[in-house]
Design a protein around this ligand. Structure first.
Ligand code: PHE
Length: 414
C-alpha cells in the first residue's frame, strides 16, 4: 500500500515537473503563450483598500492599452495580482509568491511605504525589478538598485507643505499627530517639522496613534489647549476622517493638514463636513488642464464611470514605464530591464515627465495642494520644480507654462 502510494507520488511529481515550465523566459513562454508575466501587489482589503483598487485600475488600463497596441516587442503582458491586506507583514509574502510561483519578471507595488520597504528586499535578492507607483518614504528605493518609484519623496513633500503654510499662509504654530505604525507617517512628520521650524514656526504639541485606532480623543484633548493654527496629520485616509470628526466634536477648529496618504474617494465620505478647509499635498489633480491629464481622465472615466485619483494615475504611469523599459531592453531579463529603467529619460507620464536620478527616484516632479471645499477636492496651490528652474535661469527663457496656471505657487525652498 505504502509502496504504491510512493510510486504514485513519484509519478505525479514527475508529471508536475514536466508540465511545469522551468524558470525564466523560455519556460514561462510555454505555459503562458509567450506572455510577459508581471506581478502586482497591493492593498485590496483592510484599512487602505482604496489604495490597491485605484492603483489596480490604473495598471489595468495601461496594460490593456499596451496589449491592444501589440504588446512589448510583440508579446502581450499578463498581470498576476496579490492582496497585501494593508499589512506590511503580508507584503513580502505576496511578492515571494509572485516571484517563486508565478515566475513574474517584474513587480508593480506597493502604495504604503512600509509595505514596499518590506517587499523590496525580496525583489532585490531575486534581481526582479520593482516599481512602486506611490511609496514616498526615501528608504524604499534605498533597498537596492532594482527598486524604482514613480512618485516624489517625502523630504520634498514635507518641505513643500511647510513652506506653503509658513510663507504663503503665514502659519506660526502647528501640532503634529503621527501614525507610529507607518514609516510614511513618521518620516513625513519629521521632514515637515524640520522645514517648519527652520522657517520660524513653532511645534506646540506632538502626539501619536497607531493605524486602525478608532479613538483619537486623548491625543486631540492634549493638543487643544496649545491652540495650534494647524494640526499636521500625515496619516492615511481611513484614520484622517475619524480624526477630523473627533477634533470638531472637541471644539478644535484648526484645519488638519496632511500628505498624499489622505488621497482616497473615501476621505470625504468618512470625514464629511468636519474636513472642510483641511488640505494636503499630493501628486496630481484630476482637473489639471494639461493634455496628458485630460486624455487620461477622459479614458478612465469612460471605463470606470468616475474620475481617477492620484494613485490610479501613478499606477498607470508605472505600468507604462515598465513596458517602455522592457521594449527598450529588448528582453525581460531582470538585469537588462533594471538598466533600461535606470536610463529612463523624459518618459511622458500623466503625473509628469519622468527622468530618474542616480537614486532611482524621478527628478523634478510636480506637486499639488488640494483643499476640501464644499465636499470636494479643490486645487489650492501647486509646485512645478522644472518650470521654476526654467523661470529662474534667465538665458534659457523657455518657462513651461500651464502647470501652475490656476494656483498660487508654493515655492519649495532653496
Ligand atoms: N505616499 C504614501 C506612502 O508612502 C502612499 C500614498 C501615495 C497614498 C499616494 C495615497 C496617495 O505610504
Amino acid at each position: 500500500m505504502q509502496k504504491r502510494l510512493i510510486v504514485l507520488a513519484i509519478a505525479v511529481l514527475s508529471l508536475v515537473a514536466i508540465g511545469c515550465p522551468p524558470k525564466g523566459e523560455g519556460g514561462a513562454a510555454t505555459a503562458t503563450d509567450g506572455k510577459i508575466l508581471v506581478g502586482e501587489y497591493g492593498s485590496f482589503s483592510g484599512t487602505e483598500a482604496t489604495f490597491g483598487k485605484s492603483t489596480h485600475e490604473g495598471i489595468t488600463m495601461a496594460i490593456d492599452e499596451i496589449n491592444a497596441g501589440g504588446g512589448v516587442n510583440g508579446r502581450k503582458i499578463k498581470v498576476f495580482t496579490e492582496d497585501t491586506q494593508s499589512k506590511a507583514e503580508e507584503a513580502a509574502n505576496t511578492v515571494t509568491k509572485l516571484i517563486s510561483q508565478n515566475n513574474v519578471v517584474a513587480v508593480l507595488g506597493e502604495v504604503a511605504s512600509s509595505s514596499s520597504m518590506a517587499a523590496a528586499p525580496v525583489c532585490q535578492s531575486n534581481k526582479v525589478p520593482m516599481i512602486s507607483p506611490s511609496s514616498t518614504n526615501p528608504s524604499v528605493t534605498e533597498k537596492g538598485d532594482y527598486i524604482f518609484r514613480m512618485c516624489f519623496i517625502d523630504p520634498y513633500q514635507g518641505e513643500a507643505m511647510a513652506n506653503y503654510v509658513t510663507r504663503t499662509l503665514g502659519v506660526k504654530t502647528a501640532a503634529i499627530l503621527t501614525d507610529v505604525r507607518s514609516d510614511y507617517s513618521t518620516g513625513l512628520a519629521k521632514f515637515f517639522k524640520a522645514t517648519f521650524v527652520k522657517n520660524g514656526g513653532r511645534i506646540v504639541g506632538e502626539q501619536s496613534y497607531a493605524k486602525g485606532d478608532s479613538d483619537f480623543r486623548a491625543q486631540l484633548t492634549s493638543i487643544k489647549p496649545s491652540k495650534p493654527q494647524i494640526i499636521f496629520v500625515p496619516g492615511y485616509y481611513n484614520d484622517i476622517g475619524q480624526i477630523a470628526i473627533q477634533a470638531k466634536d472637541l471644539g478644535i477648529n484648526a484645519p488638519l493638514v496632511g500628505g498624499d496618504g489622505w488621497e482616497s474617494p473615501k476621505l470625504i465620505e468618512i470625514g464629511g463636513k468636519a474636513l472642510e478647509g483641511s488640505f494636503f499635498t499630493t501628486h496630481y489633480h484630476q482637473d489639471d488642464p494639461s493634455d496628458a491629464v485630460r486624455n487620461f481622465v477622459q479614458k478612465y472615466e469612460q471605463r470606470f464611470k468616475y474620475k481617477p485619483d492620484a494613485l490610479a494615475a501613478l499606477g498607470y504611469d508605472a505600468a507604462r514605464l515598465l513596458a517602455d523599459a522592457m521594449t527598450r531592453a529588448g528582453t525581460t531579463d531582470g538585469p537588462a530591464v533594471r538598466d533600461a529603467l535606470a536610463q529612463t529619460k523624459n518618459f511622458a507620464g500623466v503625473t509628469g515627465v519622468i527622468t530618474f536620478g542616480p537614486d532611482r527616484n524621478p527628478i523634478g516632479k510636480k506637486l499639488v495642494v488640494l483643499e476640501v471645499r464644499n465636499g470636494k477636492l479643490a486645487l489650492k496651490a501647486s509646485v512645478d520644480p522644472v518650470a521654476q528652474a526654467a523661470a529662474s535661469a534667465p538665458p534659457a527663457a523657455t518657462a513651461t507654462s500651464g502647470a501652475t496656471a490656476t494656483a498660487t505657487t508654493a515655492a519649495t525652498g532653496s
